[in-house]
Design a binder for this molecule. Sequence first.
Ligand SMILES: Cc1cc2nc3c(=O)[nH]c(=O)nc-3n(C[C@H](O)[C@H](O)[C@H](O)COP(=O)(O)O)c2cc1C
Length: 191
Amino acid sequence: MRVFIGYVGEHGSTRGIAERIAATLTAQGHQADVADLADARTAAPDHDACVLGSAVHNGRWMPAAAEYLRRYAPELARQPLWLFSVGLARVLGGPLERWSRNPEPLPSVRDLLAPADHHLFAGAFEREHTTWAGHVFFRALGGHYGDHRDWREIDAWATGIAHRLLPVPPTKEHHRSGCTQDHPGPLTQDR
Ligand SMILES: Cc1cc2nc3c(=O)[nH]c(=O)nc-3n(C[C@H](O)[C@H](O)[C@H](O)COP(=O)(O)O)c2cc1C
């Protein structure tokens, strides 16, 4: 299947995750096209599924990513869709825990779209990504700089998508004979 992988980020870690998802899907036999949603002028035409992600800024998806979802919701609702957020999930705790929750990309997203999953990945955060005041705040609350991306987690998530996009197993006999599927089966596209 041909999968569109769109992302919005600022410092490259979200793009890196999008590219890694694409590599995993490609290795599993799918075709994957990666694009920055800030440059997107149309909904992904000619694709069978979409994976869309954004860095989390101040508890929200970045505006270009949220705007893409809002603008192209009718088209996106017609195909299998996965969402991912990239923030400081599981890296921050205590007073910053609220800051690192997986945000709704849009307040009304559940009315507009029914994604198969919305996963929160840990991203990267370096000293030069914030102001002096932000630095003081971040460190005072126990935040740690660095690249916290978990590539095994990312690969596992992408592999799950790849399996769900596989063609339907050949016959009903296959199920009756007691063969176990190693994936939950393809998504229906007529939601
Ligand atoms: C201005 C700014 C605001 C941020 N706000 C949040 C936030 O509210 N919650 C969070 O979990 N991470 C936050 N982060 C961390 C980023 O989401 C994280 O570093 C992510 O990996 C950045 O992706 P990028 O490298 O693609 O820009 C923020 C980072 C910046 C620079």
